[in-house]
Ligand binder design. Structure first.
Ligand SMILES: Cc1cc2nc3c(=O)[nH]c(=O)nc-3n(C[C@H](O)[C@H](O)[C@H](O)COP(=O)(O)OP(=O)(O)OC[C@H]3O[C@@H](n4cnc5c(N)ncnc54)[C@H](O)[C@@H]3O)c2cc1C
Ligand code: FES
Length: 259
């Protein structure tokens, strides 16, 4: 884990409310693994709440990419950053996804949850399928990056403005049924809103396959010290414990999570 001053290389507006931020992050980018996150000190915020966690969207040749949505004060301040501005970044933080799947990787993304999954797809040893959902077409991001890597992509939006109309579980259930018919086991990886993670968790249990879920909990310190991000978890013997998403996660296997 490092704490570095990183300069902004580029800030790109994507669809409405979404941005991609490229930072010159040297050793943080070099050490980053898919599923890990960074804690960014956002200029203009008061001391008590000045950092915000973001998944690593990409990391290559010392450049760290973040894909984010403006939802409040911190992300609104971030969207004002311009090339040459400096931000303080702690990272890489958290455990990351396993990179050697036992089955066909099925990545399930919602909104900015596609960020860590895009980085994952670039590092997985095996090609898989992306299933991505959102409320509208604006919430469907990075599809082209997956297509360039040769991944089939299935899109669903709730208002039908891109892909099929409905929840991401529509194409997901079809993909899982097709794999089953071919005698292939899936391995699920997911990041997105809680409702989506729960639906993916249920499917991992039903298919008796591994499901890796990236939990999004409100964080303060980001390094295991403040207990802002606790989550009830289950050990293989059935006993429970309280984990810290920033320190013990943010990736947990479906069977570990007590909803
Ligand atoms: C491990 C991890 C990885 C993340 N990766 C990304 C990412 O790649 N891209 C991205 O855009 N966001 C990501 N987030 C969420 C991001 O940290 C929050 O959106 C951000 O902290 C909001 O800051 P703000 O000051 O703009 O909003 P605030 O002013 O703090 O809050 C504005 C609104 O957003 C809600 N909110 C705040 N934090 C979260 C949260 N963690 N989850 C859901 N709602 C929240 C608040 O309840 C409030 O309604 C991640 C969070 C975690 C824990
Ligand atoms: S954010 Fe402080 S313990 Fe996780």
């Amino acid at each position: 884990m490092m704490d570095l001053a990183c300069s902004v290389l580029q800030q790109t507006p994507l669809t409405a409310g979404y941005w991609a931020l490229d930072l010159a992050a040297g050793k943080i980018a070099d050490a980053a693994r898919p599923g890990q996150f960074v804690h960014v000190r956002v200029p203009g915020l008061e001391r008590a709440s000045l950092r915000r966690p973001f998944s690593i969207f990409g990391a290559r040749d010392g450049v760290l990419k973040i894909l984010y949505k403006t939802v409040g004060r911190g992300t609104a301040e971030m969207s004002q950053l311009r090339p040459g501005d400096a931000v303080q970044v702690i990272g890489p933080l958290g455990n990351g996804f396993p990179l050697e799947p036992q089955g066909v990787p099925v990545l399930v993304a919602g909104g900015f949850g596609v960020a860590p999954l895009c980085f994952l797809a670039s590092r997985l040893r095996r090609k898989g399928v992306l299933v991505v959902g959102g409320r509208t077409a604006d919430d469907v991001l990075a599809v082209e990056a997956f297509e360039q890597m040769g991944w089939p992509v299935h899109v669903a939006t709730q208002d039908g403005s891109r892909g099929e109309t409905g929840l991401v579980t529509l194409p997901l259930d079809r993909v899982l049924a097709e794999l089953k018919a071919q005698g292939q086991a899936p391995e699920l990886y997911s990041c997105g809103p809680d409702g989506m993670l729960r639906a993916v968790c249920e499917r991992a249990l039903a298919a008796d396959c591994r499901g890796w879920l990236s939990l999004d909990k409100h964080m303060v310190c980001g390094v295991g010290a403040c207990l802002a991000c606790v989550q009830n978890l289950r050990r293989p013997d059935g006993s429970t414990w309280i984990g810290r998403v920033c320190h013990d996660g943010p990736i947990f296997e479906a069977r570990e999570i007590v909803w």
